[in-house]
Design a protein around this ligand. Structure first.
Ligand code: FES
Length: 241
């Protein structure tokens, strides 16, 4: 009788490598972890930010990071690992200097996201989940970034690159590889994945208002409403045609 083995789509994702003891976490990092814990009534609430901070110094969630996160939040190491493996923003293997995400969820896919991903894979010589041998780029296939009005989108270190084409995406990679300045379409100038992770941990770099946070596509509806004098009340009364 034939039978089917269960196959996981994530079978190559792995877990934390506890034999890898390399870590840059020092006393200053631990002091910052304690600062994060102090921001919440329950220490466990600081787990997400602490893990982002660990990524900012170690380029991944390191074994040492897991041990400290557990110790400082009162969670078990197994709970920390469960948290890390559940959320896709946490990396168990070193990410590149620049982490590139290509959205291939429905709208971006039909607008060219799949073609962009193909071209980026060929350009970098890596597949999603991998990092280039020189450590410059890592690649991820992203689910919807809630930026469908700018589809197809690419993200670099979590900053938006809107209305992409395969060639535009390739050009951005060339600019970053050459160390030239790249501006996000709705956000700050690109720095590095580690610097972005520090901001996500809750240590702002003062550049939150550096670029535009909204684009014309997101404002089309509100602009039309203003032009025609529509308000929520008039819509409720059915007077807007
Ligand atoms: S489908 Fe790509 S941002 Fe929504």
């Amino acid at each position: 009788m034939s039978h089917h083995e269960f196959e996981s789509d994530f079978r190559h994702s792995g877990t934390i490598d506890f034999t890898d003891r390399q870590s840059n976490i020092d006393e200053a990092t631990i002091a910052e972890m304690r600062q994060l814990v102090a921001r919440y009534p329950d220490p466990r609430s600081a787990l997400g930010p602490i893990l982002h901070l660990i990524q900012s110094v170690d380029g991944r969630v390191s074994a040492r990071g897991v041990e400290l996160a557990a110790e400082l939040t009162g969670a078990t190491q197994a709970q920390v690992v469960g948290f890390v493996t559940f959320y896709t923003m946490y990396h168990r293997r070193p990410a590149g200097k620049h982490h590139v995400g290509v959205c291939t969820t429905a709208l971006c896919a039909v607008m060219g996201g799949d073609l962009i991903l193909d071209q980026v894979e060929q350009k970098l010589g890596i597949k999603p989940g991998q990092t280039t041998p020189d450590g410059t780029f890592s690649l991820e296939r992203l689910e919807c970034n809630a930026a469908c009005d700018f589809a197809p989108v690419v993200m670099v270190n979590w900053e938006f690159m809107d209305n992409m084409t395969p060639d535009k995406a390739e050009q951005i990679l060339d600019e970053l590889a050459a160390g030239r300045s790249v501006q996000s379409t709705r956000g700050a100038t690109i720095t590095s994945w580690r610097e972005a992770e520090r901001v996500l941990a809750g240590f702002p770099d003062g550049r939150a208002d550096e670029g535009p946070s909204v684009g014309p596509a997101s404002l089309a509806g509100v602009n039309l409403a203003r032009e025609r004098g529509w308000t929520a009340d008039s819509l409720a009364e059915g007077s807007a045609q």
